[in-house]
Write a protein that binds this ligand. Sequence first.
Ligand code: ADP
Ligand code: MG
Length: 687
Amino acid sequence: MQRTAASPGKSRGLADLLARLGITRDADLVLHLPLRYEDHTRLTPLTSLAPGLGVQTEGVVVNTEIQYRPRRQLTCLLADPNDRSAQLVLRFFTFYPNQQKALTPGARVRVFGDVRPGYHGAEMVHPQWKVLAADLALPTSLTPVYPTTAGLTQEALRKLVARALAGDASRTADTLPASVVARRKLWPFGDAVRFLHAPPPHLGAAALRALDERTHPAWTRLKFDELLAQQLSLKAHRQARAARAAPALAGTGELTAALVARAGFALTAAQRRVWREIAHDLRQPIPMQRLLQGDVGSGKTVVAALAALQAIESGMQVAFMAPTEILAEQHYRKLSLWLDGLGVRMAWLTGSVPAKARRQAREELASGTVQFAVGTHALFQEGVEIPRLALAIVDEQHRFGVAQRLALRGKGDTEAHQLMMSATPIPRTLAMTFYADLDVSVIDEMPPGRTPVVTRLVNEKRRDEIVRWIGKQGAQGRQAYWVCPLIEESEKLELQTAVALHAELTAALPELRIGLIHGRQKPDEKAATMDAFARAEIDVLVATTVIEVGVDVPNASSMVIEHAERFGLAQLHQLRGRVGRGATESTCVLLFEEPVGAIAKQRLKVIFETTDGFEIARQDLMIRGPGEFLGARQSGVPLLRFADPERDASLIGPVQETAAQLLAREPEAAQAHLVRWLGGRAEFIKA
Ligand code: ADP
Ligand code: MG
């Protein structure tokens, strides 16, 4: 096969390696910034070598040999040419055959590494080394260490970056108008990247620390630019949306009023407020994109149902999508109950619906006989047509990827409004950055009459006590969940554990009815179990995390989570949210087994101390960082590489102003900036 060279000197193999780092253009090389630096500008003579980190020295090889004890290694003894008693031992535990040849006695070698005292005097393990044929000048700037990938050496990457920086001047030209650079007191872009790739030597301690901590003005410029690219793309997305058409859903108020009357409770003030916001959006002829946030149990479903009815009143169709079969089923039942007798035709569509029923549901959706479809992602598979789709509701949106949401949006003849719901609150700084293209409504109030859940941290050693306690609860007619340990590595093992736990509790609590639900059961089996639990025909439900989202059985007031130290914070919060839904006081027991790692300990402390979902999310963000928190890789939200929404919060305001200003007055600059930062990905984030 012929090799195609992406650019002079870049082989296909190299291009692949670079692509792995997200580098496809020379402009990407310019933005591929160092993780840290090494100081190769100074040389410490062997005669004054002392233990320390990042030391560079030179010597002449006295002897190189392969040793076999205590393990196979190549050792090389260097000495100062003028003072043979000043020596340094180099040790390599992995090495190439020709390495021994290169380090031949008499060769002059320059090495860089950490010096430590060894048995035979000073030594370096796996230093960087270079045989010097002639005098080689020392570099005049700090040496960058880049994020790289197997097969691509630092040396090679440095050369590529240096070439990209030295080439076409447009790559380092400023995308921002001079007035913005001056007003925001920013470093010019070219100066900033040249500085970061090759910082001058002899920087003072303060500048070195700023470089290290990424608070240096050169870093600030890059973070500003990165955040700006994000804001620009989100704002551009929002503008594009405002230019698209969606059905204006005026509604008649008939069905929504009927639902409010028969729900069996009065809406909280917060529910009424968010409902007004959503109803207003739906009446507009442009597509709504609203995120409805509310803590676990705050009552988002009824608000979603009201939105659905407004669309149906307007003669349109609605799709309501949930991330799991159990949850979809539960929504379907609740909605059927609420809408019973109102003349709304519903369909139920998940992967497990038999082919015949599925075909019927599809036909009825396509012909418009069915107005309201509830289901899982099966709703947006090939072949499902919802021609009058006006509103797509996505429950627990963080469980879905952007691609899935988009697929749903493309179902109708015109664009549908989107309502996304999430119980994983997004902290303000993240909302301002990653979610700037969405409108957000927040239910910040719980329905009345809830008693807060009491959380207990209990050592696994006291498991017997907990089993007895569950027995007592059961005797009083109180139902309980017992959540199996999470075993992410092996679904099979998780299943075995669930079955064993079920057997254990059945033996220990013969007077109680113990049920079992896990992800490997057939959907109707799961549904039957959930039903029995909801009808209080099961006292204790042994469950894997399939019950994590949305499940709503108000009479269940106790929960035991085994190996709670293995769960993430959001997961623990969601699980715990399954209890505390009725009037009786609920208890959640977190069983943990020692030893508990530092981060796990932190998580348990947070979940023990607070029940406020927003606070938990904030803590979670601090523990995990935004990438992990958002699951951004799968959601398609561009990750920030350099800026950190929390730490760099002070930049967000100025960045937002700048983004607005550029879009309004300097669209070319905005475009150039987006191309530099997002290149080929600019399309993707239009999601
Ligand atoms: P989530 O926001 O977690 O999805 P749900 O919509 O499942 O919460 O609501 C939790 C429970 O609270 C349900 O049983 C629901 O019927 C009930 N509920 C919702 N709103 C109210 C309210 N205003 N007053 C009393 N109960 C309510
Ligand atoms: Mg819910």
